[in-house]
Design a binder for this molecule. Structure first.
Ligand code: NAD
Length: 497
């Protein structure tokens, strides 16, 4: 069986660990590889190497770092089919969706290509008489990233292109469920000319994560995953005096107003709720039907959910692939069981899907619940599967309150033809990313990505301008050159007159 090792100092590295995880193809249920799970000693070795590499990398002019990013961009484009197939083989999502997620990662690399322009500082001549002042942003040192299973290319690429372009070195700890894409990206970075030790991949689980948290030479931690782990990372990184951004789970609402274009809303919801089998942090898992639109919305959705084509990700006819693991499939099925017991109306039941030839794959059909209420577990918790809950409310104010009272605040959308409803929703919703007639409002790379409330612990969102702020620290200089006559010492606070 193939073993996926770590990537340290520009090459494959086994380290001292005998601990191994298993990798499966979700479409068939077959084990395809093993992955090495790092012990603390291996992580510390990676950090020591990255710390050493930082000395010269941080001194490289931004234009030279940008040139490597340009080359990396070219290599991703050249190898996009291979990278996409790796995502499909370990995550299960359908090919075109996997390719789209790679493109969203590539966009961050494209943004990072502009780093010489982005890193330009600020200068004020004559802040006081003959006194100048300027500000620059400098890299932090060794940065680490811990990523979830659901976007094996895109989420790591929210982090490391920005961190590296800013002059840091980086250690990525990808999900142990689908680590191969990160390993291939590491090889491509090397091929692009990135010096050894600047980008490293350490595979592992909680032990590797804890080793990164406890290593004093890791200056900053970026995390994306579930909320309980995000909170754990945030608290423990703060305790260890690290800069931290920790993005957590979500329960994204889509408010469907009575005046909306129903076809647009239904098609938007289908893609946003069932695309990637609902395993997206921006998946719409709650449709809030406002006023009289409820019956029409549910009947239109039901027809489409029943017609969803579920199958292996490499089959061009598949619209939705399997879930990532057998355990995750069992968890999603359990939520559907709970929803029924709680009294929600299961309009479409995808639980007993049986795909001929793929009996051991982790498939479930689309599920649709109506009459879900806010006290139900299936409403309160993130299911992370192809399960859409319809909640019915009387009016816009009730819909907005529902959105704002939920503990998560990643994304939300509204479908309406009314400018006032759209504008009020975008202004008043306590949510990080809003869509108006846009079902999955994931910001482009030159904006930044992040949620509110318990969907993000920390101050800065990811990539874009927020990414630059996160991966650099500000330094401000004030200078005055002698003008010939020596001045006398001053004992009052300088006020720069
Ligand atoms: P997860 O929290 O189980 O795992 C994320 C990472 O944390 C993995 O690398 C994993 O190895 C590590 N980890 C797991 N348990 C740990 C522990 N006890 N201690 C230390 N580290 C641990 O998440 P997942 O199941 O891989 O991904 C799905 C979750 O990620 C969902 O909740 C989803 O909403 C969230 N997500 C959020 C965003 C966002 O932008 N907010 C984006 C993608 C995914």
């Amino acid at each position: 069986m193939k073993i996926i090792e770590h990537f340290l100092n520009g090459k494959s590295y086994s380290g001292d660990s005998k601990r191994i995880g298993k990798i499966f193809n979700p479409a068939t249920g077959e084990q395809t590889a093993e992955v090495r799970l790092a012990i603390t000693k291996d992580v510390n070795e990676a950090v020591a190497n990255a710390k050493k590499a930082f000395e010269s990398w941080s001194n490289k002019p931004p234009i030279q770092r940008a040139r490597i990013m340009f080359k990396f961009k070219e290599l991703i484009e050249k190898n996009s089919d291979e990278l996409t197939k790796i995502i499909v083989a370990e995550h299960g999502k359908v090919y075109e969706d996997a390719k789209g997620s790679l493109t969203r990662g590539l966009e961050v690399v494209e943004y990072a290509c502009g780093i010489p322009q982005i890193l330009k500082g600020e200068f004020t001549e004559n802040v006081g008489t003959n006194v100048d002042s300027w500000s620059i942003r400098q890299p932090l040192g060794v940065c680490a990233g811990i990523t979830p299973f659901n976007f094996p290319a895109m989420v790591p690429m929210w982090m490391f292109p920005m961190a590296i372009a800013c002059g840091n070195t980086f250690i990525l700890k990808p999900s142990e469920k689908d680590p191969s894409c990160s390993m291939r990206l590491a090889e491509l970075l090397k091929e692009a000319g990135l010096p050894d030790g600047v980008f490293n991949v350490v595979n592992g689980d909680k032990e590797a994560v804890d080793a990164l948290i406890n290593n004093k030479d890791v200056a900053a931690m970026s995390f994306v995953g579930s909320t309980p782990i995000a909170k754990y990372i945030y608290e423990n990184c703060a305790k260890n005096e690290k800069r931290v951004q920790a993005l957590g789970g979500a329960k994204n609402h889509c408010v469907v107003m009575p005046d909306c274009d129903l076809d647009q809303a239904v098609n938007g919801l289908m893609g946003a709720a069932y695309g990637s089998a609902g395993e997206r942090c921006m998946a719409q898992s709650v449709a809030v039907a406002v006023g009289e639109i409820g019956d029409k919305l549910v009947s239109s959705l039901a027809k489409k959910v029943e017609a969803l084509k579920v199958g292996p990700g490499m089959d061009k006819k598949s619209e939705m692939g399997p879930l990532v693991t057998k355990d995750h499939l069992a968890k999603v099925i359990n939520y559907v069981d709970i929803g029924e017991k709680e009294g929600a109306k299961l309009v479409v039941d995808g639980r007993n899907l049986n795909l001929q030839g793929y009996e051991n794959g982790y498939y479930i059909g689309g599920c649709l619940f109506d009459n879900v209420t806010k006290d139900m577990k299936i409403y309160k918790e993130e299911i992370f599967g192809p399960v859409l809950s319809v909640v019915r409310v009387k009016n816009f104010d009730e819909a907005l309150k529902l959105v704002n009272d939920h503990e998560f605040g990643n994304g939300a959308s509204i479908f309406t033809r009314d400018g006032d409803s759209g504008r009020t929703f975008s202004s008043k919703a306590k949510i990080g990313m809003i869509g108006i007639n846009i079902p999955i409002p994931v910001p482009m790379a030159f904006h930044s990505f992040g949620g509110w409330k318990r969907s993000l612990f920390g101050d800065q969102h990811m990539h874009g301008p927020e990414g630059v702020r996160f991966y650099t620290k500000l330094k401000t200089m004030t200078s005055k050159w002698p003008t010939g006559s020596r001045s006398n010492p001053e004992f009052v606070m300088p006020t720069m007159n």
